[in-house]
Write a protein that binds this ligand. Structure first.
Ligand code: ADP
Ligand code: GLC
Length: 481
């Protein structure tokens, strides 16, 4: 039996800001329980839903030296979907209104605390991991600590570490002095072949140097990040570690995302009856959002963090051209003000065609996946992307840019061979994107039988966790034969 402990900053159902939470909250339940005991450790945020806070049971507490003080660390736990979750409690660090703040320095203090506290808590929970599996910069200090002081005691000796990159753009960077103070690490670690990068200290880089294995969330992204364009200035290091780097594509939870049982859908449907049933959801959504009522309007959905990563500059550039057609655009997302306001503007300008829902809503997201004809995701870069997988599952045809996980999970439609699950374009160019949308629209209007066959293939595609969980298991076995 191998013990694996995920340490991460978010997990559904407790808290979610993006795809990381979906992954950490659904992958652990998919391992072969005869051979792997996989558990999760995360912060106990005060902003978690009350319902979940009420589930937590107190384990113990201790005090830990941190940033010049002796700091309280509480440990809580609960079970969810057959998986044990541990929570690290400290009100000073985790009582804010959201998991992350806009103050990078403060977040560094919070998550270096979390990483240190997580390690210090491990000997107290009756679960010694063989492998600690870290996710993104928030927990990337753990492999560094394991290399450093935590090797001293017997408990940590021989523990292997994995670091998964969900998004290379976020690295946890600040000046050396500050990170040194938070981490308590010696000068030795603040050199250009360790945590230092371009004169600053970089937490993710530390993890990438010291983790025994590195993964990222699709094969294409694993290749891309070794190049300058996608490498976010760490491509050199990633090339140097390429033998320890692999891409394992994400899955989604096929129980939560299932059009046949989804409680958020007025009209449930499946691969057999979608032709008759799915349109009813589209009508309901047109009514709910006050869009013009039409079965034939080509309804496109976007559910996304509204940031530069997601290719929204392309959308902004051709909005008027797009809205000249018989299309409808339903947007759900929050993020950078420029994009929020851009969609609000077009919502005002084309009020019966465009709806900008600038907030977070699990319910509306499911309704969009279960009602729209197509789903647009023209990302500048995309480590994996889960929204397109949700769209496939709901028979909502993805239109994507060929990058990262989008390239690995959406097969472009080929009208001559009758293949493909979506529409795609290569270059980061607004008119190339518009071309792909027009092509999809044309198939939708003029070749409806072909369109429905695309949906058949979408709903038959399998992006549940089974295959990817096996790849993680193989990696754990390779690390600890
Ligand atoms: P990323 O992690 O980069 O944000 P992913 O595609 O991997 O992108 O995952 C995004 C997840 O967040 C999906 O589950 C998507 O449905 C969800 N999501 C994004 N924005 C919202 C929102 N405003 N309301 C509800 N769900 C959202
Ligand atoms: C990141 C990426 C996204 C990926 C998610 C889960 O947020 O932006 O592409 O799907 O992590 O791995």
């Amino acid at each position: 039996m191998k013990n694996v402990l995920f340490v991460a900053s978010e997990a559904v159902p407790f808290i979610k800001t993006g795809g990381l939470a979906d992954v950490v909250g659904s992958l652990p339940a998919n391992f072969d329980k005869r051979y792997f005991d996989v558990r999760v450790m995360m912060p106990k945020y005060n902003c978690m839903y009350q319902k979940y806070k009420d589930m937590l049971e107190y384990v113990t507490n201790f005090y830990m030296p941190y940033n010049g003080q002796n700091v309280y660390v509480g440990i809580f736990k609960t079970q969810w979907d057959g998986v044990t979750y541990y929570f690290i409690d400290n009100e000073y660090y985790f009582s804010g209104e959201s998991a992350y703040t806009t103050d990078t320095k403060w977040d560094l203090e919070r998550f270096i605390f979390f990483s240190r506290a997580a390690l210090s808590a491990m000997p107290l929970i009756n679960f010694r991991p063989d492998i600690i599996h870290c996710h993104d910069w928030q927990t990337a200090m753990i492999p560094v600590y394991i290399h450093d002081s935590f090797q001293a005691g017997d408990f940590f000796r021989g523990i292997k570490t994995v670091l998964t990159i969900h998004n290379l753009k976020f690295q946890g960077t600040w000046d050396v002095e500050t990170i040194q103070q938070f981490s308590g690490l010696s000068d030795y670690y603040f050199a250009p072949d360790k945590l230092e990068a371009y004169k600053d200290a970089n937490v993710l880089k530390g993890g990438l140097v010291y983790a025994d294995a590195i993964t990222t969330v699709s094969s294409t992204y694993a290749e891309e990040i070794k190049t300058e364009f996608y490498g976010e200035k760490l491509d050199g290091l990633l090339r140097a570690r390429e033998h320890d780097l692999r891409g394992i594509v994400n899955g989604i939870d096929y129980g939560t995302y299932n059009p046949e049982t989804d409680p958020f859908l007025e009209h449930k449907y499946n691969a057999k009856n979608f032709r008759k049933e799915k349109i009813k959801n589209k009508r309901a959504l047109q009514k709910q959002l006050g869009l013009y009522r039409s079965d034939n309007a080509f309804m496109i959905g976007i559910v996304s963090r509204l940031t530069g990563q997601k290719g929204l500059d392309l959308v902004s550039y051709v909005m008027d051209e797009l809205c000249n057609d018989d299309i409808q655009l339903v947007v759900l997302g929050t993020g950078e003000e420029q994009y929020e306001n851009m969609f609000r503007h077009y919502d005002w300008k084309y009020n019966d065609k465009v709806r900008a829902n600038i907030y977070y809503s699990e319910e509306l997201s499911h309704k969009i996946y279960g009602s729209c004809d197509a789903f647009l995701m023209p990302s500048l870069f995309e480590p994996c992307g889960l929204s397109q997988l949700m769209s496939l599952r709901y028979g909502t045809v993805p239109i994507v840019r060929e990058t990262g996980g989008l390239k690995d999970t959406v097969e472009p439609y080929n009208e001559f061979e009758g293949r493909g699950t979506g529409f795609s374009f290569t270059n980061y160019n607004a008119h190339e994107m518009l071309g792909a949308i027009h092509y999809a629209h044309n198939v939708y209007v003029n070749h409806r039988r072909e369109w429905n066959k695309i949906i058949d293939r979408d709903m038959a595609a399998d992006f549940s966790w089974a295959v990817s969980a096996r790849q993680y298991q193989d990696m754990y076995d390779w690390l600890r034969p």
